[in-house]
Design a protein around this ligand. Structure first.
Ligand SMILES: C[S@@+](CC[C@H](N)C(=O)[O-])C[C@H]1O[C@@H](n2cnc3c(N)ncnc32)[C@H](O)[C@@H]1O
Length: 439
């Protein structure tokens, strides 16, 4: 099955090249990731680099920071050819942004070069490096494209490549790496699935076989029709599947464990579920609250550590969207490869097992649970579920009752998506989700 293109299209407003304020914010975002180990999403708040920007400039700054981080190894390779040694601080960031703009985004070289010089001059510690940045930017403009064309195909970070090749082979790993190099499309979940076709026409998007809508990635989300009215929310097409696997009926109570920022909470509530949404992070739950307010949906919100919290009654339906390596979402979160390493996986696998065991105690006999992770690493997904089933009497796999593209359910009846699925139209996030019933 392939995405369907709607006939009447009203193209969404594209996000153009950034102005100076957006470029400076992009520089600060990139430095926040590379120097202070801060996720891009953590820097989006009121105290972050985006705080004083309007929605269009925020989108421009985020897009430029993401492009720069996505292509950083290749960008540095090109820059190194023009430098005896890398300059300090803001000067290096300015050159990296200029390279991303010239070589990836196709921005006019003089505009990207001028911006790099202005950024360097505007920072007290790098003012003296402006002539160097100017000279390197000019070489980037003239010689950069040829050097860029010679860069070998991108690969996954070594700590991720090994488990991906072991699970799905080299060809899949290569395609995943290529897909992660592109700007991802914007996927949208309609609040009312019945209205998906009409919404696709209004937004000028494609209605995907799984019910999500897909638009080109470089748009300002908050300017799209229906955003203010809460008719839809942003959610990767694969991320929209685990909540649907639970098959919530109107009026049915459901526990959404690890819920923030709430894409799946919104789905469960839109299906008519009486949702209790629990998460350990108060700031992330604030975003969930905003999402509920915008969409006019309802859920009870609990700020708590799931390993310490105890519910008042057993549940018939639980969704655990467990904390994980998020390696399935790198195309949407290009900061991740710069922040994660192999050592992160083992503690996450242990935490996931504890969350699963604990939630299982809260499930009543006859109840069902979906365990989901946005990970490409089987230890967090396939192997985690297999180990749980081995140690848990009365736990059995159930087959989800939803229509899926061929091959998206594995031989055990669990969902497995990878970024190389639908690669030609931008891929999907890598998810593993299993539906488990209690006898
Ligand atoms: C994959 S994200 C959830 C995404 C969310 N379900 C959605 O669809 O938007 C995992 C979440 O687990 C939360 N988390 C991590 N450890 C937790 C714990 N011990 N108890 C509750 N939540 C936890 C994190 O704060 C994070 O929001």
């Amino acid at each position: 099955m392939r995405p369907r293109r709607s006939d009447r299209r009203t193209e969404p407003r594209p996000v153009g090249p950034p102005g100076f304020a957006a470029r400076r914010a992009a520089a600060e975002l990139v430095e926040g990731v590379l120097r202070r180990n801060r996720r891009l999403s953590e820097q989006a708040g009121e105290d972050g680099p985006l705080a004083r920007l309007g929605p269009a400039d925020r989108a421009r700054a985020q897009a430029l920071a993401a492009t720069t981080l996505r292509h950083l190894p290749a960008i540095d390779r090109v820059l190194d050819a023009f430098l005896r040694r890398r300059p300090a601080g803001r000067a290096l960031t300015a050159l990296r942004l200029a390279a991303a703009e010239m070589l990836v985004d196709g921005v006019a070289p003089h505009a990207a070069a001028d911006a790099a010089v202005t950024l360097t001059r505007g920072h007290p510690k790098t003012r003296h490096l402006a002539p160097l940045v100017n000279a390197v930017s000019r070489r980037l403009a003239t010689e950069g494209p040829a050097r860029w064309a010679e860069i070998p195909p991108r690969r996954l970070p070594p700590w991720l490549e090994a488990p991906v090749i072991a699970a799905w082979g080299e060809a899949a790993a290569d395609t995943i790496a290529q897909v992660q190099g592109g700007r991802p499309p914007l996927d949208i979940t309609p609040k009312n699935p019945e209205a998906a076709e009409i919404l696709a026409e209004r937004l000028g998007g494609d209605l995907l076989p799984t019910g999500s809508l897909r638009l080109p990635g470089r748009v300002q989300v908050s300017a799209l029709p229906g955003y203010d009215e809460g008719e839809w929310w942003v959610q990767d097409a694969a991320a929209a599947l685990p909540a649907r696997m639970l098959g919530i009926r109107p009026g049915e109570p459901v526990l959404d464990l690890c819920a923030a920022p709430g894409g799946k909470t919104l789905q469960l509530a839109a299906a008519g579920g009486l949702v209790t949404a629990l998460d350990i992070s108060a700031p992330r739950l604030e975003r969930l609250r905003e999402n509920l307010a915008r969409t006019g949906l309802d859920a009870e919100i609990v700020v708590a550590d799931a390993l310490a919290w105890t519910p008042e009654q057993p549940w018939g339906a639980i969704l655990i969207d467990a904390p994980c390596s998020a390696t399935g979402t790198i195309r949407r979160h290009p900061d991740l490869p710069h922040l994660r390493n192999a050592g992160d996986i083992e503690p996450l696998v242990a935490l996931q097992a504890r969350l699963l065991d604990r939630a299982w105690e809260w499930l009543r006999p006859g109840g069902r649970l979906v365990y989901a992770v946005c990970s490409l690493i089987p230890a967090e997904g396939e192997e985690q579920v297999a180990a749980f089933l081995r140690r848990t009497p009365g736990a059995q796999r159930l087959r989800p009752d939803i229509a899926l593209p061929e091959g998206w359910l594995d031989s055990e009846g669990a969902l497995r998506t990878r970024p190389d699925f639908w690669a030609e139209t931008g891929g999907v996030d890598g998810f593993h989700a299993a539906l488990i019933g209690k006898a």
